[in-house]
Design a protein around this ligand. Structure first.
Ligand SMILES: [Zn+2]
Ligand SMILES: [Zn+2]
Ligand SMILES: [Zn+2]
Length: 153
């Protein structure tokens, strides 16, 4: 059986892991629709000197990927839809081709606060500055507060 580990020391491997712009093995540029296999690259020397990660997972192209029975079925990257084959042992709930896609995916989700909201007092549609704001202005918030205070008397 093939040992699925490659000992590379190129900066290109990190670059490929970051944005999936090229194959980490042959350096060929990858088209958006090309599938990638995410292989493990080891960096023994860098681990000693920089205290970095002992390995990195980087994408390689169809031509370069190793035949291995530990590959999971291909899944689309949840950000860019590129087909991605991960090692079964690295298989997670979410699939991404690169770190950039992962970061973009999560930052997009976090920003999903409502773009518009209706004021709970005057009914005016406004842009909330905070995700928990209920009123268009301080005046409306105070008016609403006073109404409620009156009712409870
Ligand atoms: Zn390649
Ligand atoms: Zn992607
Ligand atoms: Zn209002």
């Amino acid at each position: 059986m093939v040992m699925l580990q490659r000992d590379e020391s190129e900066q290109g491997v990190y670059q490929a892991a970051r944005n999936c712009g090229h194959c980490a093995q042959c350096g060929r540029g990858l088209k958006p629709e090309e599938p990638v296999w995410r292989e493990v690259f080891q960096f023994y020397r860098k681990r000693m000197t920089l205290g970095g990660m002992p390995f990195t997972v980087a994408p390689v192209c169809k031509r370069c990927h190793l035949e291995y029975d530990g590959w999971a079925p291909a899944k689309p990257c949840e950000k860019c839809q590129r087909m991605v084959v991960n090692l079964r042992r690295f298989n997670r709930v979410h699939t991404f081709c690169s770190r950039l896609c992962e970061v973009r995916y999560y930052s997009h989700r976090r920003k999903k606060a409502p773009a518009q909201q209706m004021c709970g007092e005057c009914g005016e549609v406004f842009k909330p500055t905070r995700s928990d704001s209920l009123y268009c202005s301080n005046a409306c918030r105070q008016r609403s507060y006073r109404k409620r205070a009156k009712k409870s008397v």
